[in-house]
Design a protein around this ligand. Structure first.
Ligand SMILES: [Zn+2]
Length: 335
């Protein structure tokens, strides 16, 4: 082997003549796949019906490689179409999307820092519609998390569940939406919301009625200052006037607490009830008996029977939207 001479600094002239030599000697042996595209341009047509009922056609001319990453199913379909001489100016491929829907999809594919995809409910719904038809997984995930981040009203979320019920990603929207809707007074649900939840409305109304019934029972039962388990029994034995405690508890409950559960416009939530009990003065109740009772109540997360009512409502609305039965949803730490 000979010693390599130290590289000398070269003038632009040197480099220019060297390039000529390289070019003359160049022999291509490898095409680098990622950067050697043989794809054709493809012409796609969509249509939109204007307010007079007239169809307006729009055309898109795209390079197939721009679709391969985010819409492989479409790219594959279009490749086959090109083979059978479709996708040309004379014979465009007609896709079953409206012009705004497909434009949004392309906007998302071409999302760049200097030309960002605009996140609105409409653009995300368009994206979801096209992505779900094309099985474009990235587009589906993007649209789903985008819609979740917009915190849309529950009725709207339920409508979207109905529209996209074939997508498992939207099934998790049912639980929170139903829980929210059954807590709202029916009178507050507007006509347009009622239309959005359409088939689910009777279930929501019935569940609210059942909840009112349950709260009426709780308000009458007063969560009597009773004893939940053996340990508490032993502790209660230390209270020499426990009968008095129970009587006093019941009477304060009747005067100050129970009726708040019957406010059907805005019934007390279980958490609010706990706070209220904590802050209410029970002058004739032994403080340690009150503390023990609150401790027992705070180990529960809701009124007895409430969880079942809500679960039943969610399950029957899932049936209405033809959602497959599934395991329990992930725990919601907020409740
Ligand atoms: Zn007591």
């Amino acid at each position: 082997m000979t010693d390599h001479p130290k590289p000398k600094s070269r003038s632009t002239e040197d480099i220019g003549s060297q390039m000529l030599v390289d070019k003359a000697e160049c022999k291509i042996s490898v095409n680098v796949g990622d950067f050697y595209n043989n794809n054709h341009m493809v012409v796609i047509q969509t249509q939109e019906i204007d307010e007079t009922g007239k169809a307006i056609y729009s055309r898109f001319k795209l390079h197939l490689s721009s679709l391969e990453l985010h819409a492989p199913v479409l790219a594959n379909f279009l490749t086959q179409a090109l083979d059978s001489v479709e996708g040309t100016e004379e014979n465009p491929v007609i896709l079953p999307f409206t012009t705004p829907e497909f434009t949004c999809f392309l906007d998302w594919i071409h999302d760049r820092e200097w030309r960002p995809f605009k996140i609105t409910e409409e653009s995300l719904v368009h994206l979801l519609r096209v992505s779900s038809t094309l099985k474009a997984e990235d587009g589906i995930s993007y649209a789903v998390s985008g819609l979740e981040s917009l915190r849309l009203p529950s009725a709207q979320m339920l409508q979207l569940v109905g529209d996209f019920h074939r997508l498992p990603e939207v099934h998790y929207w049912v639980g929170p939406a139903v829980k929210d809707l059954i807590q709202r007074p029916l009178g507050e649900i507007t006509n347009s919301e009622a239309q959005q939840i359409a088939a689910a409305y009777p279930t929501i109304a019935r569940t609210r009625e059942n909840i009112q019934h349950l709260l009426t029972q709780v308000s009458q039962r007063s969560f009597a200052l009773k004893l939940a388990d053996k340990d508490q029994q032993e502790e209660a034995d230390l209270c020499l006037t426990h009968k008095e405690c129970q009587k006093a508890w019941k009477s304060i409950w009747r005067e100050n607490i129970g009726y708040l559960l019957l406010d059907f416009q805005k019934p007390l939530t279980y958490r609010e009830l706990l706070e209220l009990l904590q802050n209410t003065d029970f002058p004739k109740v032994n403080p340690s008996c009150k503390a023990r009772m609150l401790n027992w109540l705070s180990r529960k997360t809701d009124y007895p029977g409430m969880k079942e009512l809500v679960e039943e409502a969610v399950a029957s609305i899932e049936d209405i939207y033809h959602l497959p039965r599934r395991g329990p949803a992930p725990e919601n730490p907020k409740v």
